[in-house]
Design a protein around this ligand. Sequence first.
Ligand code: GDP
Length: 295
Amino acid sequence: MFENLSDKLDRAFKVLKGQGTITEINVAETMKEIRKALLDADVNYKTAKAFTDDVRQKALGQNVLTAVSPGQLLTKLMNDELAELMGGTTAELTFPATPTIILIAGLNGAGKTTFTGKLANYLKTQKNKKPLLVADDIYRPAAIDQLEVLGQQIGIPVYANRDSKDPIAIAREGIALAKQNGHNVVIIDTAGRLAIDEAMMVEIEQVKAAVNPHEILFVVDSMTGQDAVNTAKTFNDRLDFTGVVLTKLDGDTRGGAALSIKSVVNKPIKFIGTGEKMEALDVFHPDRMASRILG
Ligand code: GDP
Protein backbone atom coordinates (compact mmCIF):
# COMPACT_ATOMS: atom_id res chain seq x y z
CA MET A 1 0.00 0.00 0.00
CA PHE A 2 1.37 3.41 -1.02
CA GLU A 3 4.89 2.02 -1.62
CA ASN A 4 5.80 4.77 -4.01
CA LEU A 5 4.79 7.53 -1.63
CA SER A 6 6.54 5.84 1.29
CA ASP A 7 9.75 5.54 -0.73
CA LYS A 8 9.67 9.16 -1.76
CA LEU A 9 8.98 10.43 1.74
CA ASP A 10 11.76 8.24 3.04
CA ARG A 11 14.16 9.77 0.53
CA ALA A 12 12.99 13.28 1.42
CA PHE A 13 13.84 12.59 5.06
CA LYS A 14 17.16 10.88 4.45
CA VAL A 15 18.99 14.20 4.25
CA LEU A 16 17.75 15.23 7.65
CA LYS A 17 17.85 11.93 9.46
CA GLY A 18 21.59 11.56 9.64
CA GLN A 19 22.32 15.14 10.57
CA GLY A 20 23.15 16.38 14.04
CA THR A 21 22.13 19.90 13.18
CA ILE A 22 19.88 21.12 10.44
CA THR A 23 19.09 24.53 9.10
CA GLU A 24 15.93 26.29 8.10
CA ILE A 25 17.04 25.76 4.52
CA ASN A 26 17.27 21.98 5.06
CA VAL A 27 13.74 21.98 6.43
CA ALA A 28 12.43 24.07 3.54
CA GLU A 29 14.09 21.75 1.01
CA THR A 30 12.73 18.67 2.72
CA MET A 31 9.24 20.17 2.67
CA LYS A 32 9.60 20.85 -1.04
CA GLU A 33 10.49 17.19 -1.62
CA ILE A 34 7.58 16.10 0.56
CA ARG A 35 5.20 18.32 -1.37
CA LYS A 36 6.43 16.77 -4.62
CA ALA A 37 5.95 13.28 -3.21
CA LEU A 38 2.40 14.15 -2.17
CA LEU A 39 1.56 15.62 -5.58
CA ASP A 40 2.99 12.53 -7.27
CA ALA A 41 0.72 10.45 -5.06
CA ASP A 42 -2.18 12.46 -6.52
CA VAL A 43 -2.84 14.50 -3.41
CA ASN A 44 -4.86 17.61 -4.18
CA TYR A 45 -2.54 20.62 -4.72
CA LYS A 46 -4.09 22.84 -2.07
CA THR A 47 -3.99 20.03 0.48
CA ALA A 48 -0.32 19.30 -0.24
CA LYS A 49 0.66 22.96 0.01
CA ALA A 50 -1.30 23.65 3.19
CA PHE A 51 0.09 20.48 4.72
CA THR A 52 3.77 21.19 4.05
CA ASP A 53 3.43 24.86 5.04
CA ASP A 54 1.90 23.75 8.29
CA VAL A 55 4.52 21.10 9.04
CA ARG A 56 7.31 23.57 8.26
CA GLN A 57 5.88 26.19 10.59
CA LYS A 58 5.33 23.72 13.38
CA ALA A 59 8.82 22.30 12.92
CA LEU A 60 10.36 25.73 13.30
CA GLY A 61 8.01 26.58 16.16
CA GLN A 62 9.00 23.43 18.03
CA ASN A 63 12.66 24.30 17.80
CA VAL A 64 13.40 21.28 15.65
CA LEU A 65 16.59 23.01 14.57
CA THR A 66 18.11 22.94 18.04
CA ALA A 67 16.78 19.50 19.04
CA VAL A 68 19.19 16.63 19.80
CA SER A 69 17.95 14.56 16.87
CA PRO A 70 16.10 16.92 14.56
CA GLY A 71 15.41 14.28 11.91
CA GLN A 72 13.60 12.10 14.43
CA LEU A 73 11.59 14.99 15.78
CA LEU A 74 10.53 16.01 12.29
CA THR A 75 9.50 12.42 11.47
CA LYS A 76 7.35 12.34 14.61
CA LEU A 77 5.81 15.68 13.66
CA MET A 78 5.12 14.37 10.14
CA ASN A 79 3.49 11.28 11.56
CA ASP A 80 1.17 13.32 13.79
CA GLU A 81 0.33 15.75 11.00
CA LEU A 82 -0.37 13.00 8.45
CA ALA A 83 -2.70 11.33 10.94
CA GLU A 84 -4.40 14.68 11.52
CA LEU A 85 -4.75 15.18 7.76
CA MET A 86 -6.59 11.86 7.56
CA GLY A 87 -8.97 12.78 10.37
CA GLY A 88 -6.90 12.44 13.55
CA THR A 89 -8.90 9.91 15.49
CA THR A 90 -10.76 6.77 14.46
CA ALA A 91 -14.36 7.51 13.52
CA GLU A 92 -16.49 4.63 14.76
CA LEU A 93 -19.93 3.72 13.47
CA THR A 94 -22.71 4.71 15.82
CA PHE A 95 -25.82 2.71 16.66
CA PRO A 96 -28.20 5.31 18.06
CA ALA A 97 -31.43 3.41 17.35
CA THR A 98 -32.91 -0.03 16.86
CA PRO A 99 -32.79 -0.76 14.07
CA THR A 100 -29.89 1.46 13.05
CA ILE A 101 -30.29 2.32 9.39
CA ILE A 102 -27.21 2.56 7.19
CA LEU A 103 -27.46 3.82 3.61
CA ILE A 104 -24.69 2.89 1.17
CA ALA A 105 -24.01 5.29 -1.72
CA GLY A 106 -21.51 5.56 -4.56
CA LEU A 107 -20.89 5.05 -8.26
CA ASN A 108 -21.12 1.67 -9.98
CA GLY A 109 -17.96 -0.34 -9.70
CA ALA A 110 -16.78 1.51 -6.58
CA GLY A 111 -17.36 -1.59 -4.49
CA LYS A 112 -20.72 -0.72 -2.90
CA THR A 113 -22.28 -4.15 -2.97
CA THR A 114 -19.08 -5.86 -1.88
CA PHE A 115 -18.77 -3.39 1.01
CA THR A 116 -22.42 -3.91 1.98
CA GLY A 117 -21.65 -7.60 2.41
CA LYS A 118 -18.37 -6.93 4.22
CA LEU A 119 -20.00 -4.47 6.61
CA ALA A 120 -22.81 -6.89 7.44
CA ASN A 121 -20.27 -9.64 8.04
CA TYR A 122 -18.15 -7.35 10.25
CA LEU A 123 -21.17 -6.24 12.30
CA LYS A 124 -22.32 -9.81 12.74
CA THR A 125 -18.97 -11.35 13.64
CA GLN A 126 -17.26 -8.46 15.48
CA LYS A 127 -20.07 -6.36 16.88
CA ASN A 128 -22.60 -9.04 17.66
CA LYS A 129 -25.29 -7.39 15.54
CA LYS A 130 -28.13 -8.94 13.59
CA PRO A 131 -28.18 -7.13 10.24
CA LEU A 132 -30.66 -7.25 7.38
CA LEU A 133 -29.50 -6.30 3.91
CA VAL A 134 -31.80 -4.45 1.50
CA ALA A 135 -31.20 -4.63 -2.26
CA ASP A 136 -32.41 -1.21 -3.41
CA ASP A 137 -31.15 -1.17 -6.99
CA ILE A 138 -34.18 -1.29 -9.28
CA TYR A 139 -32.17 -0.99 -12.50
CA ARG A 140 -29.80 -3.93 -12.43
CA PRO A 141 -31.27 -7.31 -11.49
CA ALA A 142 -27.66 -8.55 -11.42
CA ALA A 143 -27.00 -6.26 -8.46
CA ILE A 144 -29.78 -7.98 -6.52
CA ASP A 145 -28.36 -11.41 -7.48
CA GLN A 146 -24.91 -10.31 -6.35
CA LEU A 147 -26.16 -9.17 -2.93
CA GLU A 148 -28.16 -12.37 -2.49
CA VAL A 149 -25.09 -14.49 -3.24
CA LEU A 150 -23.05 -12.50 -0.70
CA GLY A 151 -25.86 -12.75 1.84
CA GLN A 152 -25.90 -16.51 1.51
CA GLN A 153 -22.15 -16.67 1.80
CA ILE A 154 -22.10 -14.77 5.10
CA GLY A 155 -25.38 -16.12 6.42
CA ILE A 156 -27.26 -12.82 6.47
CA PRO A 157 -30.76 -12.38 5.00
CA VAL A 158 -31.37 -10.05 2.05
CA TYR A 159 -34.64 -8.26 1.39
CA ALA A 160 -35.41 -7.71 -2.30
CA ASN A 161 -38.57 -6.95 -4.24
CA ARG A 162 -37.96 -7.69 -7.90
CA ASP A 163 -41.46 -6.62 -8.91
CA SER A 164 -41.11 -3.12 -7.53
CA LYS A 165 -39.75 -0.08 -9.36
CA ASP A 166 -39.97 2.10 -6.26
CA PRO A 167 -36.72 2.33 -4.27
CA ILE A 168 -38.40 4.29 -1.46
CA ALA A 169 -41.04 1.62 -0.99
CA ILE A 170 -38.42 -1.16 -1.11
CA ALA A 171 -36.33 0.58 1.55
CA ARG A 172 -39.38 1.06 3.78
CA GLU A 173 -40.46 -2.56 3.31
CA GLY A 174 -36.97 -3.68 4.28
CA ILE A 175 -37.03 -1.63 7.45
CA ALA A 176 -40.50 -2.92 8.35
CA LEU A 177 -39.29 -6.49 7.86
CA ALA A 178 -36.24 -5.81 10.02
CA LYS A 179 -38.46 -4.56 12.86
CA GLN A 180 -40.72 -7.56 12.51
CA ASN A 181 -37.84 -10.04 12.60
CA GLY A 182 -35.76 -8.37 15.31
CA HIS A 183 -32.88 -7.11 13.15
CA ASN A 184 -30.99 -4.29 14.87
CA VAL A 185 -29.16 -2.99 11.77
CA VAL A 186 -30.52 -2.43 8.25
CA ILE A 187 -27.99 -1.85 5.47
CA ILE A 188 -29.46 -0.46 2.26
CA ASP A 189 -27.42 -0.98 -0.91
CA THR A 190 -28.55 1.70 -3.37
CA ALA A 191 -28.27 1.96 -7.16
CA GLY A 192 -25.25 3.63 -8.68
CA ARG A 193 -24.35 4.90 -12.13
CA LEU A 194 -21.13 4.93 -14.07
CA ALA A 195 -20.87 8.68 -13.62
CA ILE A 196 -22.65 11.23 -11.47
CA ASP A 197 -26.13 11.66 -12.80
CA GLU A 198 -28.96 13.92 -11.66
CA ALA A 199 -31.61 11.20 -11.62
CA MET A 200 -29.47 9.02 -9.34
CA MET A 201 -28.82 11.92 -6.98
CA VAL A 202 -32.51 12.80 -6.76
CA GLU A 203 -33.40 9.15 -6.15
CA ILE A 204 -30.94 8.68 -3.33
CA GLU A 205 -31.92 12.03 -1.78
CA GLN A 206 -35.51 10.78 -1.78
CA VAL A 207 -34.54 7.47 -0.18
CA LYS A 208 -32.59 9.39 2.45
CA ALA A 209 -35.56 11.68 3.18
CA ALA A 210 -37.89 8.69 3.44
CA VAL A 211 -35.85 6.44 5.74
CA ASN A 212 -33.83 8.99 7.71
CA PRO A 213 -30.65 6.91 7.94
CA HIS A 214 -28.34 7.15 10.97
CA GLU A 215 -25.29 6.59 8.81
CA ILE A 216 -24.74 7.32 5.13
CA LEU A 217 -21.53 5.74 3.93
CA PHE A 218 -20.07 6.91 0.65
CA VAL A 219 -18.08 4.17 -1.07
CA VAL A 220 -15.31 5.19 -3.45
CA ASP A 221 -12.56 3.44 -5.37
CA SER A 222 -9.20 4.69 -4.07
CA MET A 223 -7.57 3.87 -7.40
CA THR A 224 -9.39 6.81 -8.99
CA GLY A 225 -7.29 9.40 -7.09
CA GLN A 226 -8.48 12.97 -7.59
CA ASP A 227 -11.69 11.74 -9.23
CA ALA A 228 -12.49 9.98 -5.97
CA VAL A 229 -12.15 13.26 -4.12
CA ASN A 230 -14.29 15.17 -6.65
CA THR A 231 -16.99 12.50 -6.61
CA ALA A 232 -16.95 12.57 -2.81
CA LYS A 233 -17.47 16.31 -2.86
CA THR A 234 -20.48 16.08 -5.19
CA PHE A 235 -22.10 13.29 -3.18
CA ASN A 236 -21.46 15.12 0.08
CA ASP A 237 -22.98 18.35 -1.22
CA ARG A 238 -26.17 16.44 -2.02
CA LEU A 239 -26.31 13.84 0.73
CA ASP A 240 -24.28 15.20 3.63
CA PHE A 241 -22.95 11.69 4.26
CA THR A 242 -21.48 10.59 7.59
CA GLY A 243 -18.41 8.73 6.42
CA VAL A 244 -16.28 7.51 3.54
CA VAL A 245 -15.33 3.95 2.61
CA LEU A 246 -12.17 3.74 0.52
CA THR A 247 -12.02 0.51 -1.46
CA LYS A 248 -9.27 -1.31 -3.34
CA LEU A 249 -6.43 -0.14 -1.12
CA ASP A 250 -4.87 -3.55 -1.77
CA GLY A 251 -4.26 -2.48 -5.37
CA ASP A 252 -1.63 -0.26 -6.83
CA THR A 253 -3.17 2.88 -5.40
CA ARG A 254 -1.06 5.99 -4.93
CA GLY A 255 -2.65 7.34 -1.79
CA GLY A 256 -4.03 10.67 -2.98
CA ALA A 257 -7.63 9.88 -2.14
CA ALA A 258 -6.81 8.65 1.37
CA LEU A 259 -4.79 11.75 2.09
CA SER A 260 -7.03 14.41 0.51
CA ILE A 261 -10.60 13.32 1.12
CA LYS A 262 -10.89 14.42 4.75
CA SER A 263 -9.54 17.88 4.13
CA VAL A 264 -11.70 18.41 1.03
CA VAL A 265 -15.07 17.12 2.25
CA ASN A 266 -14.49 17.25 5.99
CA LYS A 267 -15.96 13.80 6.59
CA PRO A 268 -14.01 10.93 8.13
CA ILE A 269 -12.88 7.79 6.36
CA LYS A 270 -14.52 5.04 8.40
CA PHE A 271 -13.50 1.85 6.60
CA ILE A 272 -11.04 0.65 4.01
CA GLY A 273 -11.49 -2.26 1.63
CA THR A 274 -8.38 -4.35 1.14
CA GLY A 275 -9.54 -7.16 -1.15
CA GLU A 276 -12.47 -8.92 -2.75
CA LYS A 277 -13.14 -11.37 0.09
CA MET A 278 -15.77 -10.68 2.72
CA GLU A 279 -13.10 -10.46 5.45
CA ALA A 280 -11.04 -7.87 3.56
CA LEU A 281 -12.34 -4.87 5.50
CA ASP A 282 -10.55 -2.73 8.09
CA VAL A 283 -11.73 0.03 10.36
CA PHE A 284 -9.71 3.06 9.32
CA HIS A 285 -7.19 4.29 11.90
CA PRO A 286 -5.53 7.56 10.78
CA ASP A 287 -2.52 7.13 13.11
CA ARG A 288 -1.80 3.59 11.93
CA MET A 289 -2.14 4.64 8.31
CA ALA A 290 0.27 7.54 8.88
CA SER A 291 2.85 5.18 10.40
CA ARG A 292 2.39 2.82 7.50
CA ILE A 293 2.93 5.57 4.97
CA LEU A 294 6.07 6.77 6.73
CA GLY A 295 7.31 3.18 6.96
P1 GDP B 1 -20.63 -1.72 -7.01
O1 GDP B 1 -20.99 -1.61 -8.45
O2 GDP B 1 -20.25 -0.38 -6.43
O3 GDP B 1 -21.64 -2.43 -6.17
O4 GDP B 1 -19.25 -2.54 -6.96
P2 GDP B 1 -18.98 -4.08 -6.62
O5 GDP B 1 -19.18 -4.31 -5.17
O6 GDP B 1 -19.72 -4.95 -7.56
O7 GDP B 1 -17.40 -4.15 -6.88
C1 GDP B 1 -16.84 -3.94 -8.15
C2 GDP B 1 -15.60 -4.82 -8.27
O8 GDP B 1 -14.60 -4.38 -7.37
C3 GDP B 1 -15.85 -6.28 -7.95
O9 GDP B 1 -15.12 -7.07 -8.84
C4 GDP B 1 -15.33 -6.43 -6.53
O10 GDP B 1 -14.86 -7.74 -6.25
C5 GDP B 1 -14.17 -5.46 -6.55
N1 GDP B 1 -13.84 -4.92 -5.21
C6 GDP B 1 -14.66 -4.34 -4.32
N2 GDP B 1 -13.97 -3.95 -3.22
C7 GDP B 1 -12.67 -4.29 -3.43
C8 GDP B 1 -11.45 -4.14 -2.67
O11 GDP B 1 -11.41 -3.58 -1.55
N3 GDP B 1 -10.31 -4.63 -3.24
C9 GDP B 1 -10.31 -5.22 -4.47
N4 GDP B 1 -9.16 -5.66 -4.96
N5 GDP B 1 -11.43 -5.37 -5.20
C10 GDP B 1 -12.58 -4.91 -4.70
